[in-house]
Structure formats: structure tokens, C-alpha cells
Design a protein around this ligand. Structure first.
Ligand SMILES: [Zn+2]
Length: 584
């Protein structure tokens, strides 16, 4: 059979092996049942990947560490771990951000007979605190209110300082102490302080640590000290799997540190495992990522990195890898041309791949831009929404702008429920701010324990109580729609791209000055950010750069990101000089 082709990847092999067709769901002959003949490469990769999974599941260890790069099947591992538990088992899955909760929930909450709860650590703490420890009001914007109070009281306080002190458990921190005293007055908690309160509580009440059949932690590299400590407390009372990847640590600016996962790895007692096969990215993207990491290490970056293998899982990715052998580097004359070029490429891809609207959570196209210079995304959004050939019945363009801030309705809701709610009246004052002197006086008086309701003029209180009573709770909240079938295009920032993937990805703004901010002083955070950008696509990745105009010299100049030049040249397909006339 020397000349036969592998029935999975279609390569000619000297020797072929019989394997179950359902283990090769992407096989080129679309065989669903029975056996197929596969090449040695398809056989070995499948078997090695199964063995890795089996070792993790069969480990008897109460504490397992799983290091896995982008797209290496952590969700599949979690699913297998949960399915291995007896029926009726309660499982807690904690991940880092909401982006990741959605996807995990879709996969894990449907496992029959197991009670799986997927949460961010913040939402877990909030639920724990409000569900049993204390009936605080949850108000995520509380730090903003406290910041305004601090200004009136001439106390030094900053939201950043507060986050830093909580992240590092600085119990005597001045920001934290001031914040907690105000939070008591308002009888409220917000995001980070909920975590802080839960940490203190559990540390003193070890017997109250919730008990699960299994606790699974995802994205551990992005947790900070207090979060790692809470996970440590959960591990005292539970069987736990901690997973993460120190190459994707993006949250150092929030006091997170990849050193927590590196410490676990260095500990000789830890039961360590590696997921090496990437089932998301093409061979070209995996090679580019690997080469980029190597170069970064040679430049003395990513010190203390956990050494790891990162391989493209050929049995699933042969087709996408062949159709997309290179990363596209499109060089456009202006920002507007870049936006139009992306639109043109989207339409070409939809046509070539005969893409149909789907109801999947994952978008078909992901367009990623720097948040600092967000005109990139705004331009693309405008071009896409204005285009006649992007039919809104077929396409859905998702572009989430910055989150909303405090609205007066938040206050009305609270005072309707409780007419003496300090938080409720404080929010109304904050939004309405009728008179700064009066507001200042009220805040000063509040230190003596008086309620804000007592301190407000009667007519002011009556006026706003009347409005509060006339507002209905459902204002502004649309009934949630089911997911309709659409070709989904999602626009997001570099940081927002974490945890997302799509068949086709466009990245904007890769110039020195943006990423990296300073090519002579590159940070690990930026290196990790670029790794994340390189590993979002299942099929094609296009890096779109524009020339910037030097007003003094009156010339356009190219200022390509150092990071892009660290990708091996042979993995790039450069499309030079894209002009307005090319994208009409
Ligand atoms: Zn093969």
C-alpha cells in the first residue's frame, strides 16, 4: 500500500493504520463510521494527545497543574474531567473574565447529570458574600462614589490605589481603609472588595470553604495575590485542577503575576501536565508563535518562562493549514483604506468559503484594534455599517464600546426599595449634583452617622421620590433575544481579544509606538499580548498596517512593529501598497 493516501489528511504514506473514523472528525473523506486508514503522523498525534488527556484524568493527585498554550483543548479536558465524575457531582469552574465564562458555560453546563457552575472569581465571591455572609447592596461603581466623597472630605484616595492594595492584601492601606469605612456607610460592596471580604472571611472560617466534587481553575496566570490566595483556600477543601499559560499573562497592570503559576510549576511536589496540541490555529500560526517566543527569549524577555512544546494538531488542522499557509501582512496607504480593505477581504472570504449565517457563539470574523488609538476600530465599524453590501439581515456587527457608568436610575431603584438608602440617595446626588456646597456639607455630616435622607431638604427628597416611584424597573432593558443565525463580525480591543477566537482574524495598529509602545524597551506584557493576537485565528490571520504621515517632512512613512519583523519572513505574505483605488 506504498502509494495509498491517508484517509484523514490525504498525504501519501508508506504505511497506513486502521483507526476509528469518529476519532478523526475532520477527515477529508467525511467518513463518519467504521474504520479509516490514516498515516503515521495522524495516528501518532492522535494517540499522544489521547495519552496526555488520559494521564491527567487518571492521576490520583488532589492537586493537578495543567499548562496549556492557546487552543490546546483545555475546555475539552475540563469536559472529560467532569464526565469522569459520578452523576450528581457538583463542580465549580472558575475562569478569569466574562469572555471565557460564555464559552465554557456553553460547553460544560450541558453535561448531563453533573451540576457545573462556571463563574469568574469575582462573581463567585459576590455570590458567596451576598448569598450567605452579609446582605450588602452590590454596586460595582462604588469606588467612583467613594472617590467623589474623598474629594469633598479632602482625603487622599484613588481607585487605582484601592485596587492595588486589595490585590496585594495590604490590610493597612490608606485607600482600603477609607474605602471600607465608606462602604459600611453605604452598606454596599463592589467588585474587588467583594473578593477581599470573602478572602478575610474564609481565612477565619476554614470550615465554611464550599465543598465540590472538583474545582477547576482556568487562566491562572492572570490572577493576582489575593485571588491566588482564595484559590489556595478552595484547594484546602477540594480536589483541584489549576490550568494556565504564562505566555498569555496580560494583567500585570492589575497586579496579576505569572509568577504564581511558575511557582506551582517549580514546586517539586506539584503533579504537572502539559497540553501541547493546538487544535485552533493553523501550522503557520503555531510556527510563527513559536518563532516569536524564541526570539523574545533571546532578547532576554519572558525570563523564568515555563518551557513548553506548542504543536499544531495536524489531524484536525491539515485542511485549514493548507488553505492558509501564510499570515497576511497588508500594508495600506491610509487608515481609511485599511478599513475598506478589511471590508473587501471579508466579502471575498464569505464568497470563497461560501460562509453561511450560523447561530454559534463564536464570531466568524474578529477585528482587533488597539484601544489606545481606537479610531482604527471606529473607522472599520463605520465602513462596515455604512456599506451597502453588508446586509444587516445577514451580518451582525458587534462592537461593544466602553461600559456605561453610573446612572441616576441606579439610585431611583434603591430608594424605591428603601427610602432611607444611603447608597440610593448618594447616587442621585452624584448624578444630579444640584449644588456642590450642599453636597459637600452632606458628605461631611454623613461622617457623624446621619443618613443622607435626613440631611437632604424635604422638597428635594419628595421630588426625587416621586420620580423614583414613577420609573419602572424595566427601563432600558431589552428582552434578551435568542441567538439568531448571522454571519457575525466582532470588533474588539487587544485586551478584549483574550479568550476569543474566530475563523478569520484581522489585527490593526501593529506599529512601533502602539505595540510595542517603545521598541527599545519592550515589556513581557506586550510580548504576551502579541502571542495572544497571533493565536486567535482558526484559519486566516491578517495583520493590517497603515503608513503614518510625517507632517514635518511631508512624507508617509512605514513604522512596522518590531514584533511583526520577529515573525519568520517565509511565513508572511506581504501585500504592499494597498491604495484607495484597490479597495473601491
Ligand atoms: Zn494523515
Amino acid at each position: 500500500m506504498g502509494n495509498m493516501r491517508c484517509q484523514n489528511c490525504n498525504i501519501r504514506g508508506p504505511k497506513l493504520f486502521y483507526k476509528k473514523a469518529y476519532d478523526y472528525p475532520k477527515n477529508c473523506n467525511k467518513i463518519k463510521e467504521g474504520d479509516i486508514l490514516v498515516c503515521a503522523y495522524c495516528k501518532e498525534q492522535f494517540e499522544e494527545s489521547e495519552n496526555i488527556l488520559k494521564r491527567i484524568i487518571d492521576s490520583r493527585s488532589e492537586f493537578r497543574l495543567v499548562i496549556g498554550g492557546p487552543g490546546t483543548g483545555k475546555t475539552y479536558l475540563f469536559k472529560s474531567l467532569i464526565e469522569d465524575l459520578p452523576e450528581g457531582s457538583k463542580v465549580l469552574v472558575i475562569t478569569f473574565i466574562n469572555n471565557l465564562v460564555e464559552g465554557l458555560n456553553e460547553q460544560l453546563s450541558q453535561i448531563v447529570g453533573r451540576d457545573v457552575s462556571v463563574r469568574t472569581l469575582h462573581s463567585f465571591c459576590k455570590g458567596f458574600l451576598l448569598g450567605g455572609v452579609h446582605g450588602y447592596e452590590y454596586f460595582p461603581e462604588l469606588p467612583k462614589i467613594v472617590e467623589r466623597d474623598a474629594a469633598f472630605l479632602e482625603v487622599a484616595f484613588s481607585k487605582g490605589g484601592l485596587s492595588h492594595e486589595i490585590a496585594n492584601i495590604e490590610r493597612e492601606g490608606s485607600n482600603l481603609r477609607f474605602f471600607l469605612s465608606r462602604a459600611e456607610y453605604y452598606d454596599a460592596v463592589s467588585h474587588n472588595d467583594a473578593v477581599y471580604r470573602v478572602y478575610l472571611y474564609l481565612k477565619e472560617h476554614l470550615e465554611k470553604i464550599p465543598k465540590y466534587a472538583f474545582v477547576i481553575i482556568d487562566e491562572y496566570q492572570d490572577f493576582n495575590s489575593i485571588e491566588a490566595n482564595i484559590i489556595g483556600l478552595l484547594a484546602k477543601n477540594n480536589k483541584i485542577v489549576i490550568s494556565g499559560d504564562d505566555d498569555q499573562a496580560l494583567y500585570r497592570f492589575k497586579s496579576a503575576s505569572p509568577e504564581f503559576i511558575r511557582d506551582l510549576y517549580k514546586n517539586a511536589d506539584t503533579d504537572k501536565h502539559f497540553l501541547v496540541y493546538c487544535r485552533r490555529c493553523t501550522a503557520a500560526l503555531v510556527k510563527a508563535t513559536d518563532a516569536f517566543i524564541n526570539k523574545a527569549e533571546k532578547c532576554n524577555l519572558l525570563k523564568n518562562r515555563i518551557p513548553k512544546n506548542f504543536k499544531c494538531y495536524w489531524p484536525d488542522k491539515f485542511d485549514d493549514s493548507r488553505n492558509n499557509p501564510k499570515i497576511i501582512l497588508g500594508k495600506c496607504s491610509t487608515d481609511l483604506v485599511a478599513a475598506k480593505y478589511i471590508k473587501k477581504r471579508i466579502l471575498e472570504i464569505v464568497d470563497r468559503e461560501r460562509i453561511q449565517p450560523r447561530s454559534d457563539l463564536e464570531p466568524e470574523f474578529l477585528i482587533i484594534g488597539p484601544s489606545k488609538i481606537s479610531h482604527y476600530l471606529r473607522d472599520v465599524h463605520k465602513v462596515l455599517t455604512d456599506a451597502n453590501d453588508i446586509n444587516p439581515d445577514i451580518y451582525e456587527i458587534e462592537y461593544k464600546k466602553e461600559r456605561e457608568t453610573i446612572t441616576v436610575n441606579d439610585g431611583y431603584e434603591l430608594v424605591k426599595e428603601n427610602p432611607t438608602s444611603n447608597l440610593g440617595w448618594r447616587i442621585i446626588l452624584y448624578c444630579d449634583h444640584p449644588d456642590a456646597d450642599k453636597e459637600k456639607e452632606i458628605i461631611h455630616e454623613s461622617l457623624n452617622g446621619k443618613t443622607i435622607a435626613e440631611l437632604l431638604p424635604a422638597e428635594y427628597r419628595k421630588k426625587h421620590m416621586d420620580i423614583a416611584k414613577s420609573t419602572s424597573g424595566e427601563d432600558g432593558k431589552k428582552p434578551s433575544e435568542g441567538v439568531t443565525k448571522k454571519i457575525r463580525i466582532r470588533l474588539t480591543s487587544y485586551l478584549g481579544a483574550k479568550g476569543l477566537s474566530a475563523n478569520h482574524v484581522f489585527v490593526l495598529g501593529l506599529i512601533n509606538g502602539i505595540l510595542p509602545e517603545n521598541p527599545y524597551k519592550v515589556s513581557d506584557d506586550e510580548v504576551c499580548q502579541f502571542i495572544v493576537l497571533l493565536t486567535r485565528a482558526r484559519r486566516s490571520l491578517s495583520l493590517i498596517v497603515c503608513k503614518s504621515f510625517d507632517r514635518k517632512k511631508k512624507i508617509s512613512k512605514e513604522n512596522l512593529s518590531t514584533f511583526v519583523s520577529m515573525i519568520p519572513r517565509q511565513l508572511l505574505e506581504i501585500i504592499d501598497n494597498i491604495r484607495a483605488s484597490d479597495v473601491r
